[in-house]
Design a protein around this ligand. Structure first.
Ligand code: NAG
Ligand code: NAG
Ligand code: NAG
Ligand code: NAG
Length: 188
């Protein structure tokens, strides 16, 4: 067993979903406490101007852009993707049996589980035992080059975390179904 920490897999959940919702900083223009229903939004015939706040005031400085960015994060979650859950409430347990990792994430009495495979580099200096870097891959590509370069590989099937489908499925939905959430698959 080398010094690989399967807990880093926790972050695999994070890369799959949209950036964490940041609260609006104090100095930023306020959004209404209750955002209008989509059908109550004004009709904009052209493309919306990204350099106007929700309240239609123009941005005037780069500092304003930090506020607009925070506002946009809220708006895309409200109107498009659903809200990013608070991952700080989760506990993650990983059980490794040889090359199989069973990762179970729990929150509020619910849990969701998915598997990953662990492959060690083909050539490693095993004495003394030492940590090796690990690449976490969502699969779908040829990653064998890492194994030949002293790097371990953990691969999981992104669909086991959240199905790329209009039908919810996967560990993320097992955990958060019923909440105003959504999956946004983003390959980086
Ligand atoms: C936003 O401001 C522009 C420029 O003053 C104006 O033309 C437009 O009608 C405003 N839109 C809304 C929804 O108030
Ligand atoms: C894990 O690997 C060991 C050593 O190769 C083997 O004896 C054992 O059967 C394996 N366990 C499972 C569950 O495959
Ligand atoms: C996950 O791994 C466990 C333990 O090896 C196995 O029992 C289970 O069938 C696997 N689940 C999937 C979806 O492959
Ligand atoms: C994956 O890439 C390696 C070289 O990095 C190559 O030897 C191997 O044939 C490739 N496998 C597939 C399935 O393309």
């Amino acid at each position: 067993m080398y010094g690989i920490t399967p807990l880093v897999l926790l972050y695999s959940l994070c890369v799959v979903y949209a950036a964490k919702l940041a609260a609006l900083p104090e100095a930023c223009p306020r959004l209404p406490n209750k955002l209008p229903a989509p059908t109550d939004l004004p009709i904009i015939d052209d493309l919306p101007n990204p350099f106007r706040f929700f309240n239609n005031v123009s941005l005037k400085s780069t500092a304003d852009w930090a506020c607009r960015k925070a506002e946009l994060k809220i708006l895309v979650q409200e109107y498009m993707y659903g809200y990013y859950p608070d991952h700080s409430r989760e506990t993650v347990r990983t059980v490794r049996t040889n090359g199989t990792l069973v990762i179970t994430v729990s929150v509020g009495g619910k849990s969701g589980s998915f598997n990953a495979t662990l492959e060690l580099p083909t050539s490693i200096d095993a004495t003394p035992r030492r940590p090796v870097p690990v690449v976490i891959s969502a699969g779908g590509q040829n990653d064998t080059v890492f194994l030949g370069s002293g790097v371990a590989l953990v691969t999981f099937n992104v669909g086991d975390v959240a199905a790329d489908s209009t039908t919810p499925g996967g560990a993320f939905w097992d955990l958060y179904s019923g909440e105003d959430i959504g999956g946004l698959l983003e390959f980086v």
